[in-house]
Design a protein around this ligand. Structure first.
Ligand code: COA
Length: 272
């Protein structure tokens, strides 16, 4: 991964965070490749800390999107750390699940788009982290699944709620009850994945390109679109429309809306 243009490199033990001013992208990766990036409590805590800190500083940073991926050749994230789960007392299990859920919520509420770029395994907590992103790109070798029942468990980082919303009730139940793997092609057909790529390099280029397309548009409008779609997820269309009308009208107070509409009238490109 090219580090050129990086404005800062935070120090986390299990994460790599590279802010590229040149790309206007934050490259976020889990860096435990020898354990296929399995999520132990420390990794979850660091992800939570990262999203909390970034949320505060992001609006002035000029960044326009996050690409979330896994280090090493084999996995995005192969799930929660089973070695840690095996000895976890129930009260700590509650905390672990809460922290994982908080991370996925922070991702959903993050004011910039997040693209999960998945290669190799995205099992259990890995699939759940990917579902916290705005959308998922994957390589042809990617494997998704919620195999928790094989361990006597259920998904604990939001998967029991989000998967059915993304791929439908029957498919989600089939996957969760069997613990079966879902190939990248099936994940694409199910709508879990938005686009497939031959390899990680092409996928990263694709994610970079889509964020560069977004960066030509109003950041505030994209953040508002994300917010409204997320809030509407739990509502009837009628209640969702109330949120839409309020966000739509709120944007009329922004400089970006003035710039976008003026640029059109003046037959020039908008400068956001
Ligand atoms: N938790 C903890 N460690 C994990 C892990 C997990 N979820 N997934 C992989 N690892 C570790 C392995 O224990 C192994 O460590 P070791 O070298 O110290 O023995 C290392 O990562 C490499 O994994 P390995 O199993 O040797 O790779 P593989 O290519 O043979 O198999 C998987 C890959 C993904 C099929 C297999 O690792 C697996 O089934 N992992 C668990 C997946 C899962 O159930 N996730 C949901 C958890 S809720």
């Amino acid at each position: 991964m090219s580090n050129s243009g990086a404005v800062s490199k935070h120090s986390y033990k299990n994460l790599n965070v590279v802010e590229s001013r040149e790309d206007k992208i934050i490259y976020l990766s889990v860096n435990r490749p020898d354990k296929l990036n399995a999520l132990n409590h420390d990794v979850l805590k660091e992800l939570k800390d990262f999203f909390l800190a970034a949320r505060e500083s992001i609006l002035d940073s000029g960044m326009r999107g996050v690409i979330f991926f896994g280090e090493g050749p084999k996995a995005f994230i192969a799930g929660a750390d089973i070695a840690q789960l095996a000895t976890l007392p129930p009260e700590s299990a509650y905390e672990m699940s809460k922290t994982g859920q908080e991370v996925t919520l922070l991702m959903e509420e993050f004011p910039l788009p997040i693209i999960a770029t998945v290669h190799g395994f995205a099992l259990g907590g890995g699939c759940e982290m990917a579902m916290g992103a705005d959308f998922i790109y994957a390589t042809e070798d990617a494997i998704f699944g919620q195999p928790e029942v094989k361990l006597g468990l259920i998904p604990g980082f939001g998967g029991s709620q989000r998967l059915a919303k993304l791929i439908g009730r029957g498919r989600a139940r089939e996957l969760m009850y069997t613990g079966a793997n879902l190939s990248a092609k099936e994940a694409l057909a199910y709508g879990l994945v938005t686009k497939l790529f031959k390899n990680k390099e092409e996928m990263m280029a694709g994610a970079k390109m889509v964020i560069s397309m977004m960066a030509k548009n109003s950041r505030q409008a994209i953040a508002e679109a994300k917010k409204v779609m997320n809030l509407g997820n739990d509502l009837t269309v009628k209640d969702g429309l109330k949120i839409e009308v309020s966000s739509f009208s709120k944007l009329f107070q922004t400089e970006e809306m003035k710039e976008g509409t003026n640029a059109f009238m003046q037959k020039r490109k908008a400068n956001f």
